[in-house]
Design a protein around this ligand. Structure first.
Ligand code: ATP
Length: 247
């Protein structure tokens, strides 16, 4: 493997405090509002959204296009802050947390899978799963073992040395799933994780995702337009008029 690039200025090593692993909820949103300024107008996307996800629970997030699913996932992923309300990850109220702590919490305790994989094109599948672990302070040998184990479990044992451009769309997305799980997050956030794949491949990738998430005992919040996939999760919540409703 070539030397790995670790960006300067990114704090490494274990964070000096940990989310409360005994917390009753992996994720909790309380009365969350998110609005965007559009010139003189204000667009209110989320308004009084409440949601709880328990440890190990896999929850589908559905709703029409534009309902605010991605916005909600960005808030849960600590990529944005709510206009008001509380976002609590692993028992830690992140709404008022300093940026550096939010970054560390995000990097070490959350995993993300997007519709498009965003893999590093110049690195192999293995390296794509090793690099985030090394950034989090894991030694290269342990990181490679974990990466090989995850890629193998996702059916990619024969593909670990391939670069993303040498892999099919479904294989690339499975590498992205392995990368998201590499740092043993407590919570996986997925935004249309199979939305870019043909139905047959989507089915296989989704089955692999579910199997791995259950195998690792993670909580997950998965936005999807596919009602068949939503039904296979533990619970389904719907975004409607800025609120979360359970049907
Ligand atoms: N940064 C932003 N600035 C202004 N408006 C935004 C911003 N981000 C999202 N929006 C608006 O918020 C609304 C919700 O968008 P969002 O992408 O969260 O919906 P979605 O449910 O994920 O949609 P889709 O299913 O089509 O992906 C949309 O009207 C969108 O234009």
């Amino acid at each position: 493997m070539p030397p790995l690039f670790i960006p300067r200025g990114v704090p490494r090593g274990p964070i000096p405090w940990r989310p409360c692993v005994m917390s009753e909820f992996a994720l909790r949103l309380e009365d969350v509002r998110r609005e965007f300024s559009q010139g003189r107008e204000t667009l209110v996307v989320l308004d009084g959204a409440d949601l709880s996800v328990r440890p190990g629970e896999i929850v589908a997030l559905v709703g029409p296009s534009g309902a605010g699913k991605s916005t909600l996932l960005h808030l849960c992923g600590l990529l944005e802050r709510p206009s008001s309300g509380r976002v609590i990850v692993g028992g830690v109220d992140c709404s008022t947390l300093a940026d550096d702590r939010r970054t560390r919490l995000r990097r070490e305790h959350l995993g993300f899978v997007y519709q498009y994989h965003h893999l590093l094109p110049e690195f192999s599948a293995l390296e794509n799963v090793v690099i985030p672990q090394m950034i989090a302070g894991v030694r290269r040998k342990a990181a490679a073992e974990r990466a090989l184990s995850l890629l193998g479990a996702l059916g990619l044992a024969e593909r670990v040395a391939h670069r993303p451009g040498q892999l099919s769309g479904g294989e690339q997305q499975r590498v992205a799933i392995a990368r998201a799980l590499a740092n043993r997050p407590a919570l996986l956030l997925a935004d249309e994780p199979t939305g870019n794949l043909d139905p047959h491949t989507a089915e296989r990738v989704f089955a692999a995702l579910l199997e791995r998430v259950r195998g690792e005992g993670l909580a997950a919040l998965v936005a999807t337009h596919n009602p068949d996939l939503a039904r296979r999760m533990d619970r389904c919540v719907t975004l409607r008029e800025g609120k979360i409703v359970t049907l």
